[in-house]
Design a protein around this ligand. Structure first.
Ligand SMILES: NC(=O)C1=CN([C@@H]2O[C@H](COP(=O)(O)OP(=O)(O)OC[C@H]3O[C@@H](n4cnc5c(N)ncnc54)[C@H](OP(=O)(O)O)[C@@H]3O)[C@@H](O)[C@H]2O)[C@@H](O)CC1
Ligand SMILES: [K+]
Length: 470
């Protein structure tokens, strides 16, 4: 499991450790990890390579300076630009002692930053030590101008890309876009949640020995998914493995029925029932002979392609005391679900309608709005996107790290709904069902896309092989 802690949690853990360790120990650990990561990124060692450190006033700059000193001792040509009036003094001294060069704020001040940068091109890597977990979102004009002028050079962010909001993953004004982010002790929410996560590049975690509390945000890894997957017990029969019912699709949108059923029929539940118009049931049976008609189920999947029938399908499903997946057209009636074990699966546009916000506003703060919706609707919310967010009413959340842009294809959400329904029917609680389903969906899409462009049904086809590999 990847766990992300807030700045407050990190500060508390750091204070604990600082009280027990000799001064400077944590920064030395951070700087060593950072220097190693920079060498790895450079590929052919540090000797003779040109490294530019962008240094702010705090300890984030201190990390960069000490790492720069280590790189200079390994033969790199290291230059630090101090972007603030003050900088970590011992870090500056360490860099100088190791043969690094230090330039002061005057040469990089506002417009001059561009000139300074253009006169000193040829850097192999830029290390962003402008600001870390002590920073406010956004960048000051001098830093923004310097970064503009250095565009195209690989950037390693220290702890986080300067300018992003560490706790929310939101952006406010200019920020660094990194190729690699080297973070310390634990992930922060900005490393997992978009839009900030998209600015992090690859992420490398350096263990500095922090003893951390429970995290409110996490991301499943393949081993977590494997551990949570339902497996048939030796004396299993189809009913003990769970029956998932699908109320999706209509004469107008039969494809939604077929795709929802294809996700539900992934093999993780014992049986799939379809409840809908006869012509659609015939189509479903032709594609999935194992699917049967209405009856008792352990979970319902409702809403996609149901058009005008969404409300009655949802009410009928709520009449059974079983968990449910609420998607697409049924999301307009999500109020009915409050307090029931349920997973709501909106995309940003649908969540915007549910919360009275524009799609762009939701996309600018997916973690915040998924949490708000989970609390407001008293249900698990799976907000679909590049980095899907799964939120519980109590604020705990997960982010899905699997997936591929090729999954942006019609009907992929229908497969996801069916898959989550199968996991609910098999006994997973809504939070696990939503996060495991979302992870599997992303990974199956990635697997399918290895062969070329995909359509939604390819995702369902890839599921058994993916599950086998887990
Ligand atoms: N915690 C840990 O376990 C460990 C932490 N470590 C490291 O320490 C880092 C945190 O260091 P920190 O607390 O000194 O804060 P940090 O982010 O460097 O700078 C804050 C200062 O910057 C300024 N400033 C604010 N906003 C700004 C902006 N938008 N743009 C520009 N400047 C801005 C503002 O000062 P001002 O200029 O306003 O006087 C503020 O005081 C952490 O990220 C990690 O790298 C590791 O060494 C080891 C273990
Ligand atoms: K930084």
């Amino acid at each position: 499991m990847i766990r992300a802690h807030t700045v407050e949690q990190v500060r508390a853990a750091e204070a604990d450790l600082l009280a027990r360790l000799p001064e400077g120990t944590l920064m030395q650990r951070a700087a060593h990890g950072l220097a190693h990561a920079v060498v790895d990124l450079l590929g052919s060692g540090a000797y003779g390579r040109r490294v530019l450190l962008l240094v702010g006033s705090g300890d984030n700059g201190g990390d960069a300076l000490y790492a720069g000193a280590l790189l200079a001792r390994r033969g790199a040509q290291v230059e630090a630009w101090l972007l603030s009036d003050t900088a970590h003094e011992r870090g500056v001294a360490a860099l100088r002692a190791a043969g690094g060069r230090v330039r002061h704020r005057e040469v990089t001040r506002s417009g001059d930053g561009r000139r300074a940068a253009s006169s000193t091109c040829g850097y192999d890597v830029v290390v962003d030590g402008i600001v870390g977990i002590g920073g406010r979102p956004g960048l000051r004009p001098a830093a923004a101008a310097v970064l503009d002028a250095l565009a195209g050079i690989p950037v390693v962010a220290v702890d986080l890309p300067s300018g992003v909001d560490a706790d929310t993953g939101e952006l406010e004004g200019p920020h660094v876009t990194a190729d690699l982010t080297v973070t310390f002790g634990t992930h922060k929410p900005c490393h997992l949640a978009d839009p900030a996560a998209a600015a992090c590049g690859a992420i490398h975690l350096v263990d500095i020995g922090l003893d951390l509390p429970e995290a409110l945000l996490e991301a499943l890894q393949p081993s977590d998914v494997a551990a949570l997957l339902p497996r048939p017990v030796p004396d299993a029969h189809k009913y003990t493995r769970g029956v998932v019912g699908v109320r999706a699709g209509s004469a107008t949108y039969p494809g939604a029925a077929l795709l929802s059923v294809s996700g539900a029929a992934c093999g993780l539940a014992g049986m799939v029932r379809y409840d809908g118009d006869d012509p659609v049931l015939d189509l479903v049976r032709a594609a999935h002979p194992e699917v049967v008609g209405p009856g008792r189920v352990q979970a319902w999947v409702v809403g996609s392609g149901s058009a005008a029938g969404a409300e009655s399908a949802l009410r009928a499903s709520l009449a059974d005391a079983v968990p449910l997946v609420v998607d697409a057209d049924a999301l307009a009636f999500a109020d009915l679900v409050a307090g029931r074990p349920a997973v709501l699966t909106p995309h940003a546009g649908e969540l915007g309608q549910m919360l009275g916000e524009e799609r762009e506003v939701i996309e600018s703060a997916p973690l915040r709005f998924a949490r708000r919706a989970a609390e407001q609707y008293d249900a698990v919310v799976l907000l679909k996107g590049r980095r899907s967010v799964i939120a519980r009413p109590d604020g705990r959340a997960r982010v899905t790290l699997s997936g591929t842009p090729w999954l942006a294809t019609a009907g992929a959400g229908d497969v996801l709904g069916g898959l989550v329904g199968a996991l609910l029917a098999a006994g997973l609680d809504p939070f696990d069902a939503a996060s495991v389903g979302s992870w599997l969906h992303g990974a199956a899409g990635t697997l399918a896309a290895q062969r070329g462009p995909i359509v939604a049904s390819d995702v369902a086809v890839a599921l058994p092989a993916l599950l086998g590999s887990l």
